[in-house]
Ligand binder design. Structure first.
Ligand code: N2P
Length: 361
């Protein structure tokens, strides 16, 4: 009996000691959005273990954040969602003194981010990118011989998209991206919040829906790379990841991505710390690590997204830096549009319209 008692005490004490010693940071990020080796290197350098979970939609992240008590130390919302979430009081203000690598941040990107986070008080830019068209080069040639894939007509004109239906079309499951792209194609201001304009955009997607196999925001990377689909409305970085995966597989699939000539949505994702983050010191250590120029560069190289650290450019792979669909040239840049944050009422309307697109009801 005594033996059992002391054994129990020893077990409790050792687990308390282990807990005190084990330093962790709980990160919730988009899928396919970091170099996995950067995580293990961080742990090797700092002794801090990274508990890493992923999602592929802002809506998923927001639902969790609004419910509270997520246990997450770092999350990565899109900028428009960030803006609304800051107003909802979800995030803490960042202490710049704990982020020495913030000196390498890109002033232009910071300025764009300040539209959503006034004074850049609550968030740091992670990656920025466009929404456009990813396609299988050979299959596109077979289906539309001689046609240059350079316009939103390809996805929003029912007869054109139909040409791709037999080899598989996915759209990302993101109303912000898909509806504003449709608005641009319809020549409606993507920042219009009029219910009739949002409905017109949803109707445009419904007209091409018979040709869409699936709405999904992460499966399209492998689906493109494997040749399971031949066209996707999606994000640039993911599309180039698909291209690289196909190349590595040596399966003969050739993927390209285009920013349509009508212009496309430019978005940013932000790094932020929820108010109730349980591991604040570790959160700062991880944030500052992500801002380190060589780390930001390796992440961009791995995921094919432009990051917010200008000091990372000298460390980056030339193929990423010189990819004009990742770092667009000034003339293309001027055709990109950004969108403002939605208030809750508009967000609800968008969610309703998006449900109508996906379910027909
Ligand atoms: C990563 C997607 C990130 C861009 N797969 C959308 N926030």
């Amino acid at each position: 009996m005594y033996k059992g008692f002391w054994l129990a005490v020893a077990l409790v004490v050792s687990s308390v000691v282990a807990q005190a010693q084990e330093r962790v940071v709980h990160v919730y990020n988009w899928s396919d959005y970091i170099d996995p080796k950067a995580l293990s290197d961080f742990t090797r350098e700092t002794g801090i273990k990274v508990i890493y979970d992923t999602y592929d939609s802002n809506e998923t992240l927001e639902t969790k954040l609004l419910a509270g008590n997520t246990g997450y130390d770092i999350v990565v919302p899109g900028a428009t969602f960030l803006s609304r979430q800051i107003k909802a009081g979800i995030y803490q203000k960042l202490d710049r003194a704990r982020l020495p690598n913030a000196k390498g941040l890109w002033p232009d990107v910071m300025q764009r981010m300040a539209v959503y986070d006034p004074g850049n008080e609550h968030a740091l830019p992670y990656m920025w990118y466009t929404t456009g068209i990813a396609y299988d080069v050979k299959k596109a040639q077979q289906r539309l011989p001689g046609r240059v894939i350079d316009s939103w007509d390809i996805v929003f004109q029912p007869e054109t998209l139909k040409a791709f239906a037999s080899c598989g079309v996915y759209f990302i499951d993101s109303p912000e991206d898909v509806l504003t792209s449709a608005m641009r194609w319809l020549k409606i201001d993507p920042n219009s919040r009029k219910a009739e304009d949002i409905k017109k955009a949803a109707d445009a997607v419904l007209r091409v829906k018979p040709s869409i196999k699936k709405f999904h925001s992460s499966e399209y990377i492998n689906a493109l790379a494997n040749g399971d689909i031949c066209l996707a409305l999606g994000w640039a970085g993911d599309s180039f990841q698909a291209r690289n995966r196909a190349k590595e597989a040596g399966n003969g699939v050739e993927i390209d991505y285009v920013i349509p000539k009508e212009g496309s949505l430019m978005s940013m994702d932000a790094l932020a710390i929820p108010k109730d983050a349980p591991h604040l010191t570790e959160a700062y250590a991880f944030l500052d690590y992500l801002l380190r120029p060589d780390v930001a560069a390796r992440n961009s190289d791995a995921i094919q997204y432009a990051n917010g650290v200008i000091a990372s450019k000298p460390f980056m792979d030339k193929s990423v830096l010189e990819n004009r669909a990742i770092y667009p040239a000034p003339d293309v840049m001027s055709r990109l549009f950004t969108v403002n944050a939605n208030d809750l009422t508009t967000q609800r309307l968008i969610t309703r319209e998006w449900t109508r697109v996906k379910t027909g009801r």
